[in-house]
Design a binder for this molecule. Structure first.
Ligand code: GAL
Length: 420
């Protein structure tokens, strides 16, 4: 618990007061599937739990560890297939439509209308939360994926400068290596490989290439000289990771940067949640910078909770209360301060947010105007899950193989993109 948390007595009083308003007759239970188990993530999940409990309902935690959520999605599928869906599950992007098509999601349009979500959300987000015009999910945040996290002390020791291009990245990586510091903290898990790949694709190929290759899945772009350069650059990054990278969790990679064992990490801003949870201050103890070559772009990753159809009225009420609470200004602030993301609700006061969040917020708005705002393919926002999953596998095979050429990888990637 943080120092700022209310005492147990205060919390109980708040709960009791909330229950006078809500009435015990309507108290329900919400089982929530998520994968937020790392430091900053867990604090953010605790804020969600407290918000629901504040409405007098019971929170049933359904946490499935594993960054990026691949394991959580596997578990969710088996639960739904066996007719035992949770009330709410962390589902994102095009997958929301896939689940809605199965007929298992609840329509929460009454909540959205009452709370005026259409006026509070950027259209690019609102559209994804709807199926056939009705809201089926509630968004919590906007994560930016194309970040580079750096330890300024390590950079000072190495006499290196935080890179703004991929050429500079490798100059800095060499300098860090010479200084005895692991240049790049990486966790060799498929989703982390894909996260790095996506930032390299954006930085090396530019916004238009990213859109053609990784959003439209254009065969010509997937099999182009630019893609070959992207793959070659991506593989070069591996040479600056350590031998213990395979299988490492992302938050342990972040911890290496926090401690100065490693110089940098390419990761979305949930990494900031780890720095902050460790008491580190941006600009002083760590640096956030756009991933090389991507300062005019923003790969967005919006976390959201899909609501499943339920039978019990009290639980439906609890589920709707959760959806409404998720979009409140109070929740958006406390949740995102811990999560490292920015509020998804428009026009929020960001006074309590740090400079990384303020930069993210400014870039979100600017890139929406300039055309540089793109969905993250590595985090399930850009293409259907079958194509994303198959492409992710190819990217990791290429990363791990000593034999596969960039040309071979390119061909495999192009055919993986056709997966349905
Ligand atoms: C992302 C998710 C983030 C964060 C990250 C690592 O896919 O959107 O909220 O949890 O995985 O677990």
């Amino acid at each position: 618990m943080t120092k700022k948390s209310p005492t147990p007595t205060l919390r109980l009083l708040a709960l009791a007061a909330a229950c006078v308003v809500c009435g015990t007759a309507t108290a329900g239970e919400v089982e929530v599937l998520h994968w937020w188990t790392a430091g900053g993530e867990a604090k953010a999940a605790a804020a969600l739990k407290a918000t629901l409990q504040g409405k007098g309902h019971t929170w049933k935690d359904f946490a499935v560890a594993g960054g990026g959520g691949d394991s959580a999605m596997t578990v969710l599928k088996s639960r739904v297939v066996s007719g035992n869906a949770p009330a709410a599950a962390q589902i994102k992007g095009p997958s929301l439509q896939e689940w809605a098509r199965e007929g298992v999601l609840a329509n929460i349009d009454d909540v959205a209308k009452a709370e005026k979500w259409d006026t509070l959300l950027p259209p690019v987000v609102a559209d994804v939360m709807k199926y056939k015009g009705n809201y089926i999910a509630a968004p919590v945040n906007v994560h930016r994926v194309n970040w580079l996290w750096a330890n300024p002390e390590a950079f000072k020791k190495a006499g290196a400068k935080v890179p703004t291009s991929w050429d500079e990245f490798f100059v800095a990586a060499e300098a860090l290596k010479k200084a005895g510091i692991i240049p790049v903290a990486h966790g060799g898990q498929n989703w982390q490989d894909f996260t790095t790949f996506e930032s390299v694709a954006l930085g090396v190929g530019g916004n238009d290439f990213y859109k053609k290759a990784l959003m439209q899945l254009d065969q010509g772009a997937l099999k182009s000289a630019t893609m070959e350069k992207v793959l070659t650059t991506f593989k070069k990054v591996k040479g600056y990771t350590d031998k213990n990278a395979p299988g490492r969790d992302w938050n342990l990679a972040t911890a290496m940067v926090i401690k100065g064992e490693a110089g940098m990490q390419l990761m979305g801003d949930w990494a900031k949640g780890e720095f902050v949870a460790a008491g580190k201050v941006p600009g002083k103890d760590f640096v956030c910078a756009a991933a090389p070559g991507t300062s005019k772009a923003f790969t967005f990753n919006v976390d959201s909770f899909a609501m499943f159809k339920l039978k019990n009225d009290a639980n439906v009420k609890a589920q709707k209360d959760l959806a409404a609470a998720i979009m409140s200004t109070e929740f958006q602030e406390v949740f995102n301060l811990n999560k490292g993301s920015i509020p998804v609700r428009l026009n929020m006061n960001l006074a309590k947010f740090d400079d990384c969040a303020k930069l993210s917020s400014k870039d979100f708005v600017d890139t929406a105007k300039s055309g540089g705002l793109v969905p993250s393919i590595a985090h399930g926002m850009a293409v259907p899950s079958a194509a994303a999953g198959a492409m992710q596998d190819v990217v990791s095979q290429f990363w791990n193989s000593d034999k596969m050429s960039a040309k071979d990888a390119m061909d495999k990637l192009a055919s993986a993109a056709k997966s349905k």
